[in-house]
Design a protein around this ligand. Structure first.
Ligand code: G16
Length: 539
């Protein structure tokens, strides 16, 4: 039943920040998925005795791609696949299943927060036995393999029914179809104080969780409504749909508009939250109040003692360089380790494995801990609910008290999308070359204290990664420039701005950052080079 099929390479199968992400129409090309998967299998080498976890966020092509992966895994000699029922599994749940079963890795079919459907994006995230996504050293090898691929192996059998739980034999390979929600729920119950959160809802506390018609709907329904007792209807858009019902499942102020409008209306619930396509991102809202992901990480870290699983102590905390410095002040106060890494959750994995950190987070709506090796949207929501249950305070109160204690990092991100790749690359290259001249200079009243590329030396594997450019000013303000690694066409220039104040705590972030924005535009020449005088997305 094993067929060897001749193929020709595609030249665009290089993985970005988190796996391979392309327009669905690109992925639909003949042998596109097959070439990519065969390249991975070739790089792994001997697959005998190996077990992998497979699932996806349910987006368009999830069902077709998963059948190809199953048939190819069997043909390539994989011993076992653990598959989410109907091909569904969130990214954090997948990481847990890998770790719990000591599997050799896993594949989550998702383009994360990117829109889905035939005209949207598709993607494949590949994790290794750590439960986290593979390091660049391996993805580089896979890319080289994709450029030379000549054939792939596949079992020539009809599609497999993924709707029934249990085990079966496919072409000599065992497949086990599991409930993707069960293990994840158990893990959450072992971390958080579920009885306390339940009591909070019993007292009439209200929440709205927007699953954005993506993978977390079934997880959220089970946890928030069934187990914790949030009123039925608290979880909205809970049915995973192939095109996410036309929603752009990116939990931020721009794309989670329905939730944001509700939470800023008179009818607002006490607490609001959203997750992204594959369930690893989160957004936290109070009544007419938004918590930046950078502040969320700082607040979570400052409150670790309130959570049963962490009350005995945490190792340390890490953030991506582009994330605000709010958590750095908490780490100093708590006397715990603090690390700054490039953008990409995979850079946290070594720090977690070596017990240097327990918590980590990113400005891009990702927060998590060493319970798994991916960021975890529902975990972050439960963390906030647990803080609220333990303190009796509102989201706004908790955040304001945090600012009073530590000062506030005003922080915003400006995205310039759809820029021609060559223009964006040249802009970054020229800016990097000019940055050393800025050191010591005063611009619009701000003195530049340092300016240059962010280079990370991993303390565990000693690899070195360059990611973005950082300009620091004498008052603690910063500008970070990066090119996104998760887009599916053209380039997106991200400009991250931060300004710190110990006294001015209730101002408008946009007003506080006006001057820094002007400086950021002037020194990068973004408007002149891209023709864009305003960002396409501001979060
Ligand atoms: C991925 C990574 C994150 C990263 C984000 C943004 O998230 O896992 O670590 O912060 O992309 O990347 P970029 O700025 O390069 O677009 P996800 O949720 O898309 O898998």
């Amino acid at each position: 039943m094993i067929k060897t099929v001749t193929t020709v390479p595609y030249t665009d199968q290089k993985m970005g920040t988190a796996g391979l992400r392309r327009k669905s129409k690109v992925v639909l090309q003949p042998n596109y998925v097959e070439n990519f998967m065969q390249s991975i299998f070739n790089v792994i080498g001997d697959l005998k005795g190996k077990t992998f976890v497979v699932g996806g966020d349910g987006r368009f092509y999830n069902d077709k791609a998963i059948q190809k992966i199953i048939k190819m895994a069997a043909a390539n000699g994989v011993s076992k696949l653990i598959i989410g029922q109907n091909g569904f599994m969130s990214t954090p749940a997948g990481s847990n299943v890998i770790l719990k079963n000591k599997a050799d890795g896993g594949f989550i079919l998702s383009a994360s927060h990117n829109p889905g459907g035939e005209n949207g994006d598709f993607g494949i995230k590949y994790s290794n036995a750590s439960g986290g996504q593979i390091p660049s050293s391996i993805s580089d090898k896979i890319y080289q393999e994709t450029l030379n691929i000549k054939e792939y192996k596949i079992c020539d059998i009809p599609d497999i029914d993924l709707s029934e739980l249990g085990t079966q034999d496919i072409c000599g390979m065992q497949i086990e179809i599991i409930d993707p929600v069960k293990d994840y729920v158990e893990m959450m119950q072992n971390i958080f104080d579920f009885p306390a959160i339940r009591r909070l809802f019993e007292k009439g506390f209200t929440m709205r969780f927007d699953a954005m018609n993506a993978v977390t709907g079934p997880y959220a329904k089970k946890i928030f409504e069934e187990i914790l007792g949030a009123p039925t209807g608290s979880v909205v858009n809970y049915k995973p749909l192939p095109d996410f019902g036309g929603l752009h499942p990116d939990p931020n102020l721009v794309y989670a508009k329905e939730l944001v409008n509700f939470m800023f209306s008179k009818k607002a619930a006490d607490f609001g939250a959203a997750n992204d396509g594959d369930g690893d991102r989160n957004m936290i809202l109070g009544k007419s109040f938004f918590v930046t992901p950078s502040d969320s990480l700082a607040i979570i870290t400052d409150n670790f003692k309130l959570i049963p699983a962490y009350k005995g102590g945490i190792y340390g905390v890490a953030k991506s360089a582009a994330t605000s410095t709010a958590v750095e002040r908490v780490a100093k106060e708590q006397g715990i380790g603090y690390y700054e890494v490039p953008t990409g959750w995979k850079y946290f994995v070594n720090l977690m494995d070596s017990k240097r950190i327990t918590f980590c987070g990113e400005e891009s709506f990702g927060t998590g801990s060493s319970h798994i090796r991916e960021k975890d949207g529902i975990w972050a929501v439960l963390f906030w609910l647990n803080i609220i249950a333990a303190t009796g305070k509102s989201v706004e109160q908790i955040t304001h008290e945090h600012w009073q204690k530590y000062g506030r990092s005003y922080y915003m991100r400006f995205d310039f999308e759809g820029v021609e790749t060559s223009v964006a690359d040249k802009m970054m290259e020229d800016l990097e070359a000019r940055l050393p001249e800025l050191c010591g200079k005063e611009i619009e009243g701000y003195t530049v204290t340092s300016a240059g590329a962010f280079v990370y030396e991993d303390p565990v594997d000693h690899s070195s990664t360059k990611n973005g450019l950082i300009v620091r000013f004498n008052d603690g303000s910063r500008i970070v420039y990066r090119l996104s690694g998760t887009g599916s066409s053209g380039a997106t220039i991200r400009v991250y701005l931060e300004r710190y104040s110990q006294t001015d705590l209730n101002n408008d972030p946009l007003l506080m950052l006006t001057e820094i924005f002007k400086i950021a535009m002037a020194i990068s020449e973004i408007p002149e080079r891209t023709g864009k005088h305003q960002a396409d997305v501001v979060t």
